[in-house]
Design a protein around this ligand. Sequence first.
Ligand SMILES: Cc1cc2nc3c(=O)[nH]c(=O)nc-3n(C[C@H](O)[C@H](O)[C@H](O)COP(=O)(O)OP(=O)(O)OC[C@H]3O[C@@H](n4cnc5c(N)ncnc54)[C@H](O)[C@@H]3O)c2cc1C
Length: 406
Amino acid sequence: MSYGLTREQLDLQARARELARGSIAARAAEVDRTEQYPWDTVGELHAAGFMGMTVPEAYGGPGLSFLDAVLVIEQMAQCCGPAGRIAVEANMGAISAIMEYGTEEQKTFAAQFPLSGDKPAICITEPEAGSAATEMTTRADKHGNTYVLNGKKHWITGGGVSRLHLIFARVFDEAGEEQGIGGFIAVKDECKGLVIGKREPAMGLRGIPETEVLFEDLEIPQDRVLLPPRGFGDLINAYNSQRVGAGTVALGLAQGAYEQARDYTLEREQFGRPIAEFQGLQWMIADMATQIEAGRALIYRAARSRGANDSPFPDPICAAQAKLFTSEMAIKVTNDALQLFGAKGYSRNSAAERYVRDARMFAIAGGTAQMLRTLIASHQLGMKLPQHREGFIDLARRAKRSEAAE
Ligand SMILES: Cc1cc2nc3c(=O)[nH]c(=O)nc-3n(C[C@H](O)[C@H](O)[C@H](O)COP(=O)(O)OP(=O)(O)OC[C@H]3O[C@@H](n4cnc5c(N)ncnc54)[C@H](O)[C@@H]3O)c2cc1C
């Protein structure tokens, strides 16, 4: 199934496949074992033109689409989860937000980072504000032409290796009045007060550090502010590209694990015949292949949904459905792949257990499976589903009032 990909897209996909299945695959186990950021892989992604792919030509990039980026990410993740994730953040998320909402100067400034091999970081989550992201307490206080940021983020992908940071903070004007949540552009090593905290010992995708990022009187000049009136809604809308990217890594991991397990069933013999001859396993293979294909259809649809309702980003519901489905599908498919390997799959010398660990995070990061279901349900029901207790009380009051009015 070619999904209507153009000749250029098929060529791009083939180029990505060749790189992924060569040196990037060869290094994947080592990256996982050493937990070191794979600078060699980054160098190869950069040399191949796979970082900053979505940066418009006006800012020095090739101006490719989200679907083009998805094709590359998928191939990388089939062989190496961290390579897939690096390709996500170098083409989506923070860089997409800046390219859409930034001033000319900000776009020119930000574009050089992914185009020179940087994987930007996006800083939203805080210890007390996870799913309830708008409860963040990191604050940005205006002092003349500068904002001073104080607070702490955690689970920031690429903490310590990323240079460009997009930081979300609660903004206060000089009178101390809150203005809403805004985005701030900062560069590690150039901005005093941007401090990398402790690293989380993560279960999977171990080649990319997940760390705390602290702001200690971090001064951001006015011209590095991607701020209200844009506000949180617009900024988080940009996150829909990252969501599609994350779902693509899950898809790629599932495909990679599946292919290795399927091939193994043709080689491994028990009871005097290849285990692929047992119907129980044939049906597992059929289910795995079907689930992967369903995930791919949702991901490609979401990547192509940019432009719907004039949005520069993928449609939020398409993105949520794609990530929800692929994140849970990848958990199931990678587990089934491990099962097909028997004890061999359970060994830390096998790729199967790495795929299981790498796939686990996508139902958590970037909107948990539960929060995505709530978003999808609110769209289906045509109503905002408040998560705060008071929100439900308000809804009940409103329903009572309209009953009384009738
Ligand atoms: C590997 C990894 C990488 C990450 N990278 C980044 C990053 O680069 N930048 C960044 O800002 N953040 C990042 N995160 C953080 C991630 O976005 C958060 O972990 C996520 O939003 C969930 O927040 P939480 O972990 O605090 O869970 P909580 O919000 O505390 O949720 C705990 C559980 O409760 C459920 N829950 C919470 N509220 C509701 C509700 N209203 N209805 C139903 N269920 C609910 C959740 O689904 C979950 O199962 C990363 C996380 C991981 C694991």
